[in-house]
Design a binder for this molecule. Structure first.
Ligand SMILES: Nc1ncnc2c1ncn2[C@@H]1O[C@H](COP(=O)(O)OP(=O)(O)OP(=O)(O)O)[C@@H](O)[C@H]1O
Length: 292
């Protein structure tokens, strides 16, 4: 088993000595070869779903999902409305715990550890697997306090100034806000607010960033900045993104998962393969706009 421990005792997510350097963490998942576009790709699996089902009361939203998501790559989830993309994304860091009706079966492994094991603390898990939502949701606080928020809540022993600056730089926002860190985050544009939310997610040192249609509420220029940013983020993080925009998935992702009606993961492969030569007729029909 992995030495990773997501315990509810101390809200830490690793056994300690190797937490600072994810590449040194032992993996139980077998390596997979990923010839994706990112030079930083490690070829390792970081997230794995095995026979994973989600129900909302009696309605099955995901059925028998099996997938291996590669580390430090961008994986896109596409499919028609209601096919379970967001449900799968929210299952990865247990956001669905907040939905009373939700129930899961099967396993969802993060570095070989089932995130649904009893000893996993969801708060600690969400520090390692952060999330960015469709609509930017900064807190009504200053830019600085937004980015520092997670550090304070988690009582992280770090240099706040340094982490805030680094996070804003990684989120491609530093140059625009460095002289106004005390300004309210609510005064930023929508695109800036979304990059601020990405900086807030980065600040607590995650390994995975989940994004649920992060650009769908933004104009084309702001969308383009987010897309460029996602590409950069994959140098340091694993990104899993739900998008309704197939061109966006094709532009930014290394791997694409196609979910179809009924919560079935029909095909998962290199993005190029999915868009140019999918195995399944149903996927081709969806990609070419014949349905969905
Ligand atoms: N909180 C909930 N309670 C009950 N049913 C839900 C809940 N959230 C989602 N569902 C149902 O689960 C199924 C999958 O929904 P989900 O939002 O995951 O799909 P999606 O592919 O992300 O859709 P969209 O593209 O429209 O956002 C749908 O039938 C939806 O109605």
């Amino acid at each position: 088993m992995s030495q990773e421990r997501l315990t509810n005792q101390d809200e830490t997510v690793s056994s300690g000595e190797n937490s600072a350097d994810p590449t040194s963490e032992p993996l139980v998942d077998s390596a997979i070869e990923v010839p994706g576009k990112n030079a930083t790709s490690t070829g390792r699996t970081i997230l794995r779903a095995q026979s994973f089902d989600v129900y909302y009361d009696d309605v099955q939203a995901l059925q028998d999902v099996n997938i291996e998501i590669p580390e430090k790559q961008v994986t896109a989830m596409i499919g028609p409305s209601g096919c379970g993309k967001s449900t799968f994304l929210r299952s990865i860091n247990r956001m669905n715990d907040l939905v009373d009706a939700a129930r899961i079966e099967g396993e969802l492994l993060f570095r070989g550890k089932n995130v649904y094991d009893e000893d996993v603390d969801p708060v600690a898990l969400r520090r390692k697997i952060g999330m960015v939502f469709q609509h930017p949701n900064p807190f009504p606080k200053s830019i600085f306090d937004n980015v520092a928020y997670g550090l304070r809540v988690q009582d992280m022993d770090v240099d706040e100034q340094q982490v805030v600056e680094e996070s804003l730089k990684k989120a491609a926002l530093w140059d625009e806000v460095k002289d106004q860190l005390d300004k309210s985050a609510l005064d930023l544009s929508g695109g800036q607010q979304q990059r601020l939310c990405i900086a807030r997610a980065i600040a607590v040192d995650p390994e995975v960033i989940l994004m649920d249609e992060p650009a769908s509420a933004l104009d084309p220029i702001a969308t383009s900045k987010i897309e460029d940013l996602i590409d950069d983020l994959a140098e340091d993080y694993t990104v899993v993104i739900v998008t309704h925009n197939m061109q966006q998935a094709a532009r930014i992702s290394d791997k694409t998962a196609v979910f179809l009606t009924g919560g079935e993961l029909v095909e998962f492969d290199d993005t190029e393969k999915i868009f140019e030569n999918p195995e399944h007729q149903r996927v081709e029909d969806y990609i070419t706009g014949k349905f969905g």
